[in-house]
Structure formats: structure tokens, C-alpha cells
Design a protein around this ligand. Structure first.
Ligand SMILES: [Mg+2]
Length: 231
């Protein structure tokens, strides 16, 4: 076991239960905007939205589109697929999503007790996230997670998105750490795991989405409680 001092956590789908929190948010939005008049049912709305959202995030990550376009177009395209070409409504839903979702506070099992344990053991803990500043800080506050983390590195602050090496370099140098004392804990095989590996820091793959990974990460876990055995 290497002598780790700095633990870098991803936030969405690693600590913050993105899927459950999103579904809760969309139930609020579906009712508020009476989307049952447009979509046959809630699940159809979600499935069509997810497809557009994933495609647009891929474009956002490569810099092909800007944040505002991502935020509105994922709803505009979802509405259009059901015959509603309403930019205004798409923008309202987009704004509501950004406002409501970070107020949802479901985290994965053992989040708080594992972070308490790691904090007590003296690890320096930080967040590295591709999410947006105004959303991620609200999430951390609402879930009472702020107290655990010394630094929150967002891709907006770093100027690059994970898996770019520049983000990891920005993170590691902003906490004055040596690479060999750092460990990246995340759910995404590419942005978190491959990104960290390519930059040269060890990885813990938290396989929340049962994703396939193209290489052997340093460690793999199925539950956050397993971090107690590793660290
Ligand atoms: Mg994630």
C-alpha cells in the first residue's frame, strides 16, 4: 500500500447519488410544468431526456458547445421530439433543473461514516468535479459534505474538463502534493480512472454504474465502506 495523503473524490455518482436526485428533481419539474400534457408518461420523458443529455455532454466535454447551450438544448430537443418547439419552456425547465437538483441530498450508502473515518485518520480530502460551480457547491452544502473537503476543484476553475491531464495537474499542484501520495476515487472509467492513470496517480474505481473499464485500476470497490479496508 502506497503512502497516500491526499484523496481526490469525484462528486456526482461517487458520493452524490446523481440518478436518485435527478429522478426526484424531474418528478417536481414534470408536475410543475404539467409535462403529462406533452409526454405519454414520466419514464418516456426521462429516457428521451437522458439520450439528449448524454449526447450534449459529450459535445460539451470536447468544447463543441457552451454551457448555456447544453442546459437548454437537452430540454429543447426532448420537447421537440414530442412536437413541442418551445425555447421558452425549455429554458424554464433548464433553469428549474439547475435550481432544484442541487437541493436534493441523497448520497450513496456509507458516505458520511467513511468520510468521518478518513478525516479522523488524517487524510486531506478534496473534490475534483466536472460539474458547474454554482451547482456543485450547493450540493456539498445541502448534503453536509463541505466539512470534509479542503479543496473543491471544478473544471470551471481549472479551465479544463476531466479526463484532461491539466485538471489533475491543477488539482495536485493546488494542494502542493506529490503525485505518489495522491489517490483518485471516482465512478467514471474514462474521466476519473483513465484521466488519473494517464496523469500518473493511483485510482479507486467505485463501480456504481456497473461500467466496463478498459484497464485494471489500482483498486476497485462496489461500496464506499470498502474504503475503510483500503485506507
Ligand atoms: Mg462521477
Amino acid at each position: 500500500m502506497a503512502n497516500y495523503k491526499h484523496l481526490f473524490f469525484d462528486l456526482d455518482r461517487t458520493l452524490w447519488d446523481f440518478e436518485s436526485n435527478s429522478i426526484d428533481t424531474f418528478r417536481d419539474i414534470f408536475a410543475k410544468h404539467q409535462l403529462d400534457k406533452i409526454f405519454p408518461d414520466f419514464d418516456t420523458f426521462i429516457n428521451v431526456y437522458k439520450r439528449h443529455n448524454e449526447e450534449l455532454w459529450a459535445k460539451y466535454r470536447t468544447g463543441e458547445i457552451k454551457k448555456d447551450t447544453l442546459r437548454t438544448d437537452r430540454f429543447l430537443l426532448t420537447l421537440k421530439e414530442f412536437g413541442v418547439d418551445d425555447f421558452d419552456l425549455a429554458q424554464k425547465i433548464g433553469d428549474d433543473y439547475i435550481t432544484i437538483s442541487p437541493t436534493k441530498s441523497r448520497v450513496f450508502p456509507h458516505t458520511h461514516d467513511v468520510l468521518d473515518y478518513l478525516k479522523q485518520k488524517g487524510y486531506k480530502m478534496h473534490i475534483i468535479t466536472n460539474g458547474f460551480n454554482e451547482v456543485q457547491f450547493v450540493k456539498l452544502r445541502n448534503c453536509d459534505l463541505e466539512k470534509y473537503f479542503d479543496n473543491v476543484i471544478t473544471s470551471e476553475n481549472a479551465g479544463y474538463q476531466k479526463p484532461r491531464k491539466e485538471v489533475f495537474h491543477y488539482a495536485v499542484s493546488s494542494v502542493n502534493a506529490k503525485k505518489e501520495t495522491c489517490l483518485m476515487i471516482g465512478d467514471d472509467p474514462d474521466t476519473d480512472m483513465l484521466g488519473a492513470k494517464n496523469y500518473g496517480i493511483d485510482q479507486v474505481f467505485f463501480n456504481t454504474c456497473k461500467s466496463n473499464i478498459s484497464f485494471n485500476p489500482t483498486y476497485s470497490i462496489d461500496c464506499l465502506s470498502e474504503l475503510r479496508d483500503l485506507l
